[in-house]
Write a protein that binds this ligand. Sequence first.
Ligand code: THU
Length: 160
Amino acid sequence: MKEITISTKIKVYESAEELPAEYQRLLESARAARNHAYAPYSNFRVGAAVLLENGTILQGANLENAAYSMCICAERTALGNAAMHYPQSVVKAIAVTVKSKRKTIAQPASPCGACRQVISEAEDRQKKDIAIILQGAEGEIYVLDSGKALLPIGFHGGFL
Ligand code: THU
């Protein structure tokens, strides 16, 4: 028997002002994207913004549906937006932020498992990691070097 320990490095920032300028801009864009969320069922607005290598930022927000399982997350909306408008461009980073009608979320937003899987595949496809920037409605900001840091031992195309 042997044991494997998997560790995750997270940079924790007290406020957006501490972030590198391009991540500040990206997080600001993710916040603005929350205004485009369609979340009448959860009242939980998620905004995402994707930074391309050419400096372009594309937004995404969660889009809900009365048939709940049809809901699309903000992260996937943003990545799809980038893939359609800039199919050749590499995604450098994605920022995610949330806002609930019911309570103040002061801890970093945590992408769901499906979105982690999609971010991981985007990294495989472009052969480059995507930095992840997470904030709630306020409070600390987490920065991770890659989507895979959020999804260790993930399923990937190499198995097929
Ligand atoms: N949601 C996202 O947009 N991203 C995530 O990573 C987690 C959840 C959305 C889906 C749904 O519209 C709402 O948040 C509540 O689950």
